[in-house]
Design a protein around this ligand. Sequence first.
Ligand code: ZN
Length: 388
Amino acid sequence: MSGWRVVLVSIGLALLSHTTTVNSAGPAVIAKADRQLWHERVNSPNAFDKASRAALLVYALALQDMQKPSDADLLAAFKIKSINRASVVKWFNKELALSLLNYQQAAKDCGSSDWTCPGNISSTADLLAKAQIWRATIPPQMLAWRDNLADFSLAYIAEQMRLAALFPKVSSEIDLFNDKEWNGDEFADRQFFLSFDDGPSAVHGTSDDVLAMLEENHKNAVFFVLGENFQARLHKTDANTLSGIYKHQCVASHGWEHQSHAKWAQWQDSIKRTQALITSVIAKENFLPLFRPPYGQRKADSGAFFQAQSLRVALWNLDSQDWNAHIDVDDIINRMMVLMLIKRHGVLLFHDVHAKAKAALPVLFNELGNAVTWGDCHLLATHDAKGN
Ligand SMILES: [Zn+2]
């Protein structure tokens, strides 16, 4: 069987055996990688670019391969009722265009004898053609890396295709409804932001651990808090204490309850209540006028409401899957490292109600050294999908 068939069959089998645990927001098979198979460090811009070029060439071929399955193949694998093919095609085109741009960014300092530099690449067709030829020239000691990354890419692309196939019937981070919404696709090269959803935890819980870890590593993040969790924590402490734990961080809204804001009759009330509560507690300079919909699900026509509330929908493009019981800390480090090499910029999604990010992120910070910029969350206050 060829690459795409193997991945789709494994997704179909996973859905058969885990039908009760598969959440509508989560994939059945999580893309896992092994970053140790890349034998060099990635802790400087040049080293990062080299690993990024190689990863993008493998990823581009996986994108080409995953365009082969028919609607019937996808329906059978994803166990969904219909496929929005136009949305899937749109995602592929966007992803290929982004891969071309990313490759060009990564190839700026290409040396003539570097095996990750197959020459100038000027179009997506050129990217696919050169990647195909390049594939046969990969040094033998890197073949295990190539095969692992190809498998990871196919599984990751399948995750994204499922979201694209469901959009907009089931909305998600996969696409935007208007140019006030953003998902991190438009950030500057090698610039990343951190975000944490679903908190805060109880006092002295996982949120406090994440905040201490960020402080220790001189990083900050946007915390998209749930109104009901924020209120519960407020009842245990006081407004000053609660505001204080986020003093170098940013706080924004994840709605009052963790449910789809596309189907919930009270979605507007959820957003207004959460907004009022957060702004009454959080120091003005740390509040961001952003709303992150639970599961990324919001109404297609909600743009006018958000504009009236002076809020922007803030999504993500680098999903750690840290909430998923089938993925451990090392899986998260591997997955995020590879996704950062492929995407080269954007917003990482974690959850401060789980313990995994606290262990995974310091490893990423350390291994990436000065290869990337971790952006100050306060810069996101006025950001939109056009990169303004
Ligand atoms: Zn959430």
